[in-house]
Ligand binder design. Structure first.
Ligand code: GLN
Length: 209
């Protein structure tokens, strides 16, 4: 039977992630409640607005269940605001915003500057996309990863421009995060990468086993 992957459906671009996951051949379901969380093999935290999502995690009494589930090994993938929620430390956020502390990274919100609300870039992405066939990445008021803990694998960095070298995709064990939005491009490679993590086909080094 194929895996079931949930998308945290409190706010943000839930539908786009559900569609991308379905196109990868897994069962994709929205998750709003604890019982729905316990029925999935992996969880996507979508893009949107991280401080709003953090409030809704509290309102829906989902903060502790999601944090515990990921700590106990539930694979998770956060894109953009989802990356911010997974981080252990956030720069330029609101003091009352909570986060899940699931990935040993420091992220800076809206890091690319307010004047650059949104842009696209071609990225190399370890195990997913190389120079010959780069990944078109869409950034929307995106964070970047300011620093990573010793066990965190950097999967992609900005290739050029003022932010050259900034980290935009990371993984630690079965927790994955990207600054950008693969769910809006129709390129399924990042979602497939996460599906492979969930189904155990993708080892820590980013190779298919
Ligand atoms: N800037 C947003 C935040 O801080 C994230 C933007 C996004 O998810 N597209 O939550």
């Amino acid at each position: 039977m194929s895996a079931t992957i949930g998308v945290l459906a409190l706010q943000g671009d839930v539908r786009e992630h559900l569609d991308a996951l379905s196109a990868c051949g897994v069962r994709a379901v929205p998750v709003r409640r604890e019982r729905e969380l316990h029925a999935v093999d992996g969880l996507v935290l979508p893009g949107g607005e991280s401080t709003t999502m953090s409030k809704l995690l509290d309102v829906f009494e989902m903060y502790e269940p999601v944090r515990t589930a990921i700590r106990d090994g539930l694979p998770a993938y956060g894109s953009c605001a989802g990356m911010i929620l997974l981080a252990s430390q956030i720069l330029d956020t609101r003091p009352d915003a909570t986060h899940l502390d699931a990935l040993d990274i420091t992220v800076r919100r809206n890091a690319f500057g307010r004047q650059v609300e949104s842009f696209e870039a071609d990225l190399e992405f370890t195990g997913v996309a190389d120079d010959d066939d780069p990944l078109r990445a869409v950034f929307i008021r995106a964070p970047w990863v300011e620093s990573v803990g010793p066990d965190v694998q950097v999967l992609a960095t900005m290739p050029e421009g003022p932010a050259a070298g900034r980290i935009v995709a990371v993984r630690h064990d079965d927790v994955l995060a990207t600054s950008f939005h693969p769910e809006v491009t129709g390129d399924l490679r990042v979602h497939q990468y996460f599906v492979d993590i969930v189904t155990g086909r993708r080892t820590r080094e980013g190779r298919a086993s």
